[in-house]
Design a protein around this ligand. Structure first.
Ligand code: GLU
Length: 485
């Protein structure tokens, strides 16, 4: 099953777009076929420089690589595949060719109406409480008049002639059987006065020429579907399958919007979400596996995903649930993988972390505590810079560490830890020796471990004292204890 994802480069990739791309990608991969990335840049005014790169990068981050079409190679946008070009602005002659065919067969006509006239027409229709619709003033212009006006350089568009008396029916892969009354469908513009096609003509031509089997797209396109079905019919082409994916909703069931949270995939990347977590979350927004399984790898999704289990009601985008997936996925990474993901972030702040042979050991200490990758730099800072240890933090009412007791505690710690031979320095030895100290003395566990942890990290929250001392090494541990003392 060949599928495609054809974003318009009008900005960042929307999370809803990523979900549609994911579903399409899964269906193609499941069947061992190609997933195509096409760029729909026919609305030149709305195209934003850099948007193609940003969208392709976001998809690559998610691991949804295209087999054909537009992709990144050595950080450059390239096009690969035998059905190119895959950027619509490079395919204009093709759209012109098929628009001419539609003209010839009587399914399209020239329209010279100015935007001013169309506006007036719409206002009058609104006043009369009628749905705004082109009034077909240009539908029956005599051929020689059309020729004359074109020759005189009058701007025009090509409109599609909708059969107003027909009912157009279709079976959508998600929505099921549908019927549309021709009488309420507007004569859609196919070719604009600047020579660019509209989405309606362009995607039909492309999906046909690119041999697409299934068109999966957002529900907002559902009302345009009959126009597309007619175009396939008029051009004598086989209609692909269509699947219209339900909208993503805010908690209050309104359409997911920027005002209520982030909608750009880029923002989720910047916040430090794992691609696995975001994809897992999006996969289940609208798709129900039919079991209680919640955690899915991309491989598992590939095996289990099916269109039959995509629901047709809108799905609520609940960030708390996303954060739960994030936590699950952070813990599921192997220590090496986790370390590899946070190392560039930590090294961005502390360059020595880049070549630190003990980095994985240190990273492991925070794997259970971290939610977002960018937190790693701060959480591991005490390994790479001397902490600023405040006396206020060393004393603790809760742990019964008083200013008076503090020097004695620190002295005990220093002596006990100094007695451990460097070659035996490990979490287990440290723990054993400190446990012995507790048994032989009158101090409580918290009275020993709180000041030790704070002396080593300078932080109110951090990994435990034993692990931290072990990862920090004997020399540094003692240096810090003595300095505080
Ligand atoms: N270019 C369209 C958009 O970005 C694509 C819709 C489709 O998938 O056909 O909304």
């Amino acid at each position: 099953m060949r599928t495609r994802f054809p974003p318009s480069p009008t900005g960042f990739l929307h999370v809803g777009g990523l979900r549609t791309a994911l579903y399409s990608w899964l269906l193609a991969k499941k069947s061992g076929d190609h997933f195509i990335l096409r760029i729909e840049d026919t609305d030149q005014e709305r195209s934003v420089p850099g948007a193609v790169e940003s969208i392709v990068r976001s998809l690559a981050w998610a691991g949804l690589h295209a087999d054909e079409g537009v992709m990144l190679e050595s950080d450059h946008i390239v096009q690969r595949g035998s059905k190119g070009p895959y950027i619509q602005s490079e395919r204009l002659p093709l759209y012109k060719k098929y628009a001419d065919e539609l003209l010839k067969s009587g399914h399209a006509y020239h329209c010279f109406c100015t935007s001013k006239r169309l506006e007036q027409m719409r206002e009058e229709q609104m006043k009369a409480k009628k749905a705004p619709m082109y009034d077909r003033l240009c539908l029956s212009l005599p051929e020689d008049e059309v020729k004359r006006r074109i020759k005189a350089g009058e701007p025009y568009v090509l409109r599609m002639k909708i059969p107003r008396e027909e009912v157009i029916t279709f079976d959508d892969d998600i929505r099921g059987p549908l019927a549309f009354q021709g009488s309420v469908i507007d004569d859609q513009i196919l070719l604009k006065s600047d020579g660019f096609p509209t989405y309606h003509l362009a995607h039909v031509v492309d999906d046909h020429l690119m041999d697409i089997d299934l068109v999966m797209r957002g529900e907002e396109w559902l009302s345009s579907l009959p126009k597309h079905l007619l175009l396939f019919q008029y051009l004598g082409w086989k209609t692909p399958r269509y699947a219209h994916v339900p909208l993503l909703l805010n908690k209050d069931k309104t359409k997911l919007s920027k005002r209520q949270g982030s909608v750009a995939v880029e923002e989720y990347i910047a916040k430090g979400y794992l691609p696995e977590a975001l994809l897992n979350f999006l996969a289940l927004l609208g798709w129900n596996p039919g079991t209680t399984q919640e955690i899915f790898t991309l491989e598992e999704l590939k095996d289990q995903f099916s269109l039959e289990r995509v629901q047709n009601a809108g799905a609520i985008f609940d960030v708390e649930k996303l954060d739960w997936f994030q936590g699950q996925w952070i813990r599921r990474l192997s220590p090496e993988e986790f370390a590899a993901r946070i190392q560039p972030i930590v090294a961005g702040k502390f360059p020595s972390a880049k070549s630190d042979p003990g980095f994985t050991e240190k990273a492991t200490l925070i794997q259970d505590r971290l939610t977002f990758l960018p937190e790693a730099a701060d959480m591991l800072s005490f390994f790479y810079e001397e902490p600023d240890v405040g006396k206020d933090l060393l004393v603790s009412e809760k742990q019964k560490v008083t200013t008076e007791l503090l020097p004695t505690i620190l002295k005990h710690l220093t002596d006990t830890l100094d007695a451990i031979p460097g070659k035996d320095w490990s979490m287990t030895t440290i723990q054993t020796k400190l446990d012995q100290l507790l048994v032989s003395g009158s101090l409580k566990k918290g009275q020993l471990l709180w000041p030790l942890r704070v002396a080593l990290t300078g932080k109110p929250y951090s990994p435990g004292a034993y692990e931290t001392a072990a990862a920090l090494g004997k020399t540094k541990t003692l240096e810090r204890l003595r300095r505080v003392l």
